[in-house]
Design a protein around this ligand. Structure first.
Ligand code: PMP
Length: 331
């Protein structure tokens, strides 16, 4: 079925099949050609529509999700938006535990989308009862007829990207892709899309993007969960202070860590040079791509796909706001 041809029965039919756009200017000084998979074209404006819909459809099929059920989740905002949108269309209640690092824009959006929002401190260990992981678990336990999406530890998160994002990229590039650069949060995107692509061509390199302050890169390299790596950072949705099972570390060839400041500037540069208004982690992906280029990962024949996870509107009062940038000491 061609998307947008004829009538859609609901907004949910528009999830996925996002465009691949050639980057014209921002990667001009890097070796190879660069293409952006712009996930903001999903109806919920992020890649999280894919996993939210896949997990809910699966729960319905298995009979776990019954009429009038409540959907519970931990989320930096994007998954929450997708779940709230799907809950409205399908008639579920949606309760979200959100980290206080999430932008006010994102939190307001979730409320607009009819979700009940619980705000939890970001800088406490994952097993602390105040953490958004533990708060969501408690809500799930206390709420009858509820389903906990559990994106960090749900294999359907990887499967959603294995079944959609990966095949789309393979088809859109006519199999010419040589490298995938993707942000790693839950790890669902990079693991699912990466696994599919490597199955088509094992030579494709899967390049991860992690945040300075997160444990993922070190864990990938050493197998060690090193708490010395953990530091507060500003980028939402990137990196982790725990090891999610939704990340398949074997699929990922290498990680680069990026800073809050350089990622913010890269996102702003993306707007100025390409007219692409994307989120903070899209800036992180651009920044990591520059770092990978400096590490000689690419040559003139490289065909590099970058995944841009969400839309810039969610960061209007953060990286796109000069006062916020000044407050962080970035400007
Ligand atoms: N960017 C943003 C803005 C996100 O919200 C997320 C998800 N936490 C990611 C990137 C990372 O995607 P994934 O969870 O699939 O690794």
């Amino acid at each position: 079925m061609i998307k947008n041809k004829g009538i859609n029965n609901s907004i949910l039919e528009l999830v996925g099949e996002t465009p691949l756009i050639k980057l014209q200017r921002i990667t001009k000084n890097l070796k190879g050609s660069y293409f952006a998979k712009v996930e903001a074209f999903n109806p919920g404006h992020s890649s999280k529509d894919r996993i939210a819909l896949h997990i809910i459809n699966n729960a319905e099929k298995k009979g776990i999700l019954k009429k009038g059920a409540t959907i519970v989740e931990t989320t930096s905002g994007n998954t929450g938006f997708s779940l709230a949108m799907i809950s409205i269309v399908k008639g579920y209640k949606c309760i979200l535990a959100v980290s206080d690092k999430s932008s006010q824009d994102k939190i307001d959006l979730l409320k607009t989308m009819g979700a009940e929002v619980h705000i939890c401190p970001a800088n406490v260990p994952a097993d602390d009862p105040r953490s958004y992981y533990e708060v969501a678990k408690t809500i799930h336990k206390k709420t009858k007829n509820s389903v906990y999406i559990n994106q960090y530890f749900n294999e359907l998160n990887i499967e959603a990207h294995y079944k959609t994002t990966g095949p789309e990229i393979w088809e859109q590039t006519a199999g010419k892709i040589t490298h995938l650069v993707a942000a790693s949060g839950t790890g669902g995107t990079i693991s699912g899309a990466g696994k599919y692509l490597k199955e088509q061509n094992p030579d494709i390199k899967i390049l991860g993007v992690d945040a300075i302050g997160s444990v993922l890169k070190k864990f990938h390299e050493t197998g060690e969960f090193d708490t010395n790596e953990i530091k507060p950072y500003k980028i939402e949705g990137l990196g982790k202070t725990l090891i999610p099972t939704a990340t398949d570390f074997d699929v990922i060839d290498i990680y680069e860590k990026v800073s809050d400041k350089e990622s913010a500037f890269a996102a702003r540069e993306l707007v100025k040079k390409e007219g692409l208004f994307c989120g903070y982690t899209s800036g992180a992906v651009i920044q990591a791509t520059k770092q990978y280029n400096a590490l000689n990962m690419f040559n003139k024949n490289s065909f590099v796909v970058l995944i841009f996870p969400d839309h810039g509107s969610r960061y209007q009062n953060k990286i796109y706001n000069d006062s916020w940038m000044k407050k962080q000491g970035f400007l």
